[in-house]
Design a protein around this ligand. Structure first.
Ligand code: NAD
Length: 357
């Protein structure tokens, strides 16, 4: 990959490769845009097939964080970290402490926490080396896991899309297909069942499927067929790129609203979903609950404030759906316009000189 070319294309400020020979840590930190404030974004750990794959992931994810923070009205920039390694077998205290020390060198330009393949407990080790961490367990001063609050945002997005399509936000009697039953997907399933939806769900981890089926009574599905399920709402809650050339014609849903980051292979798939009559709730708005919670930790966590901001996802999306219809543009194009407006507003306001930065 031509790194500067890629940074220029996506608008990145900084990409940092971190290697620690003692622990074997290999991590990449990408800071996309700090117009709105210090960069915030989770740290993934995955056994990436190549360094290019890890770099591509961190560049794409950090860019998405800028949009997510801007659309949610947060004064934070976008960043992300990835650790190259197998989270099931390769995690060590030394690795997460080394990561903490590298984050400390950035003096607050970037804060991180759990993401796919990592948990708040891993960062308890990093906390011994840096305070620029979020999403820590409550016993360590954090607000805890972000899975459920992200699920609350996803359910709000479903309500908005159902309201737009059917004139009622109710999930009662609606069929919801969920791909991925991890930290977010499980809570989406639980909340949807509690609201009277009929849930069909899949995960490549059979233990998670077994747990969700026995606890919630959802219908299990084949992980490879879940995207083709006939349903009202398809909720991608696993990894990205689910809307691509191979899948787009196979969807049999009215709405796509889930937590996965970067659901569209590229932004043209927003138009293609629109052309197929499928209402797409842009992922970086739908899944902002976790970011809203961790951003709130930085200023002193208050659950009521977080709940209020996550409730705004409903109004924001309903507005986007109507605007997309009125202008003939895709929902994701309208969402990007909101992001751009916020970034320019910030630039304009910060022309005014004050003594503080
Ligand atoms: P997780 O790792 O806990 O869960 C992901 C689940 O998806 C795993 O159980 C995995 O087995 C499953 N999976 C992977 N590939 C699959 C496939 N092809 N079919 C079915 N299942 C598959 O992660 P999470 O925290 O629940 O996050 C899920 C998604 O939501 C990710 O894209 C993440 O970036 C995004 N997200 C998470 C948060 C959060 O607060 N946790 C916030 C915003 C966005």
């Amino acid at each position: 990959m031509e790194i500067f070319k890629e940074m220029q294309k996506r608008g990145h400020e900084q990409v940092i490769f971190n290697y620690d020979k003692a622990s074997g840590l290999k991590a990449i930190i990408a800071i996309h845009d700090t117009t709105l404030g210090p960069a915030l974004g989770g740290c993934r750990m995955l056994p990436y097939s190549s360094e290019d794959a890890a770099l591509e992931d961190v560049l794409r994810l950090s860019e998405g964080m800028t949009y997510k923070a801007a659309a949610a009205g947060l004064d934070f920039g976008g960043g992300k970290a990835v650790i190259v390694g197998d989270p099931a077998t390769e995690k060590t205290e030394a690795m997460f402490r080394a990561l903490g020390r590298f984050i400390e060198t950035l003096h607050g330009r970037f804060s991180t926490g759990e993401d796919v393949g990592t948990t708040g407990d891993d960062f308890v080790y990093s906390l011994r080396e840096t305070k620029h961490l979020v999403g820590l367990p409550e016993a360590y001063g954090g607000a805890g896991d972000t899975g459920d609050i992200t699920a609350v945002g996803v359910i709000n997005a479903m309500h908005a899309a159902l309201m737009y399509r059917f004139g009622t936000p109710s999930l009662e009697g609606r069929k919801i297909a969920i791909q991925g039953l991890g930290k977010v997907g499980y809570h989406v399933a639980k909340r949807a069942v509690e609201e009277g939806a009929s849930v069909v769900a899949a995960d490549i981890n059979p233990q998670l499927v077994g747990k969700t089926v026995s606890e919630l009574g959802v219908e299990p599905a084949d992980p490879w067929a879940i995207l083709e399920t006939e349903c009202d709402v398809l909720a991608p809650c696993a990894l990205g790129n689910v809307v691509n050339e191979d899948t787009i014609e196979k969807f049999r849903c009215e709405i796509v609203a889930g937590s996965a980051n970067n659901q569209l292979k590229d932004l043209t798939y927003g138009d293609r979903l629109q052309a197929r009559g499928i209402t797409y709730a842009p992922d970086f708005i739908t899944n902002a609950g976790g970011l809203i919670q961790v951003a709130d930790e930085v200023q002193g966590y208050r659950s009521e404030r977080v709940q209020h901001q996550v409730d705004n996802i409903y109004d924001l999306l309903l507005n986007i759906f109507h605007k997309a219809e009125a202008t003939g543009r895709s929902t994701v194009a309208i969402a990007m316009q909101i992001v751009e407006e916020r970034l320019s507003l910030y630039h304009a306001i910060h022309r005014i000189y004050t003594q503080s930065p």
